[in-house]
Design a protein around this ligand. Structure first.
Ligand SMILES: *Cc1c(COP(=O)(O)O)cnc(C)c1O
Length: 448
């Protein structure tokens, strides 16, 4: 009972000088909670004595925990450039400065400066996309998942959308094509088999209730062996013949040809546009290398119809997204590909990566065992499934430590690595040039 009597009183406790400079209301809130817990612990006979100093430290710790940012920057040394868990594509700093100017001042987001009247939010990226891809019109939504949903809901509610059984994909984050379809109100008409779908399957599936032939990018798997699928070029032709819409959910969707023969079987957006498609959609933050967004391009009358859908209001993007995206698309238009970090990383030569690896090796050689190796990595983000690209890494070992122990030591310093053949790899494919000295500092700290 005497312990209960010596529980600190909140209004006195919060005046402790350790709390000076802190928000009084937050300190009070945390103190109240911890003191209530202390009382419960005493009543449950779990406490022998009250240590007020410890209580103060606990309050400070919780205060710091609540007020320090949860979202932090990390160094991506996994080699996977479009790493969904690590934030996918990076934004160019210059783009960000332009976007900051827009976001921190009033702007013409929905204002026509020439006419002095209300303007169109989506107009800002249309002219760039038209010049770049030759599309008639375009619209941007929150992400590509919303683009798929919006298109299905607009054109295929209670109508049939034809999809090959080989393309009924599930991508990360529980995005499953059949389920998205049923949520959108579209009726799924499956055709072909898992390994083979023919042009005649599309033709035979079309009836008076068909609205659309949809192709879905096989983002995270390949089907090998006895297989055939119908090229999108052919799907477009069949759709035109039968007077239905064709739509390709390109997933990652790269604007231009990629290095390492990556797009041998996967034509770029610019190539696909030559087929004269009705509608295409793709992500903003996968291989396009911009901000999270879903971009829809295609025929004017179809985009007009999408604009009439009430759902668009719920999926619309912010000025910051539009500013970043516009700048990224302009970089493509001007062929300034090095301004797009995702492409810059993809295009860095093995010789250059090796140079950087040797530089780092030199500076940490005395701290641990490290060896420059040539290996392979994936691009990630459901871009080019199973296709590996060459890369350079530093393979690190230290005393007799297990690889996962070293990986954890690095991770605690926000350096994310990968393990290959029982070795921790620092893969230079996804590391920015100016991060090398930071990695050096982290390794020095960890092994000292
Ligand atoms: C990634 C992907 C999506 C979803 O795109 P988000 O931009 O992540 O919403 C949809 N379809 C395919 C085929 C994809 O690869």
């Amino acid at each position: 009972m005497s312990l209960l009597k010596s529980i600190p009183k909140v209004d006195k406790f919060i005046n402790n000088k350790e709390f000076s400079g802190f928000s009084k209301s937050l300190i009070t809130q945390i103190s109240k909670e911890l003191i209530i817990k202390l009382r419960q612990d005493i009543l449950a006979d779990n406490v022998d004595s009250i240590n007020e100093e410890q209580l103060v430290q606990d309050v400070v710790k919780e205060y710091n925990n609540l007020t320090s940012p949860s979202l932090q920057s990390v160094i991506n040394a996994t080699g996977i450039i479009v790493h969904t868990n690590l934030g996918r594509s990076l934004i160019n700093e210059e783009s960000f400065k332009k976007a900051m100017k827009i976001a921190t001042s009033y702007n013409n987001l929905e204002y026509d400066l020439k006419k002095g009247k209300r303007g169109e939010r989506y107009s800002h990226i249309v002219k760039t996309l038209q010049a770049l891809t030759g599309c008639e019109d375009a619209i941007v939504v929150n992400n590509n998942a919303s683009a798929v949903f919006l298109i299905l809901n607009t054109f295929s509610k209670n109508k049939e959308t034809v999809v090959s059984r080989g393309e009924l994909v599930e991508i990360g984050g529980s995005f499953r094509v059949p389920e998205v379809m049923s949520q959108s109100g579209a009726l799924l008409k499956e055709i072909g088999t898992t390994n083979k779908t023919h042009a005649r399957d599309y033709k035979n599936a079309i009836n008076e209730n068909t609205s659309m032939l949809m192709k879905v990018h096989k983002s995270n798997y390949t089907i090998e062996g006895f297989t055939s699928e119908v090229d999108y070029e052919e799907v477009v032709k069949i759709a035109k013949e039968k007077n239905v819409i064709d739509y390709y959910d390109m997933g990652s969707g790269h604007m231009i040809d990629l290095p390492f023969n990556l797009n041998q079987e996967e034509p770029s957006i610019l190539k696909i546009m030559k087929y004269n498609p009705s509608l295409l959609s793709f992500s903003g933050d996968k291989l396009l290398g911009s901000v999270q967004a879903g971009i829809i391009i295609g025929k004017k009358e179809l985009i007009e119809e999408i604009k009439q859908n009430q759902l668009l209001r719920m999926l619309r993007v912010d000025k910051i997204t539009l500013a970043l995206l516009e700048d990224n698309l302009t970089s493509y238009l001007e062929n300034k590909l090095d301004d797009i970090p995702t492409l810059k990383m993809l295009n860095t030569s093995i010789i250059e990566l090796e140079k950087r690896a040797l530089l780092l090796k030199e500076s940490i050689n005395s701290l641990c065992d490290c060896e420059v190796i040539q290996t392979q990595t994936l691009i990630g983000g459901g871009t080019t499934p199973n296709k590996k690209i060459p890369t350079i890494a530093l393979a690190i070992s230290y005393k007799n430590y297990k690889a996962n122990k070293i990986e954890k030591m690095f991770r605690e310093q926000n350096l994310i690595t990968r393990i290959e053949n029982e070795k921790v790899l620092i893969d230079f494919r996804s590391i920015k040039e100016n991060e090398i000295y930071k990695i050096e500092a982290i390794i020095t700290k960890v092994f000292n």
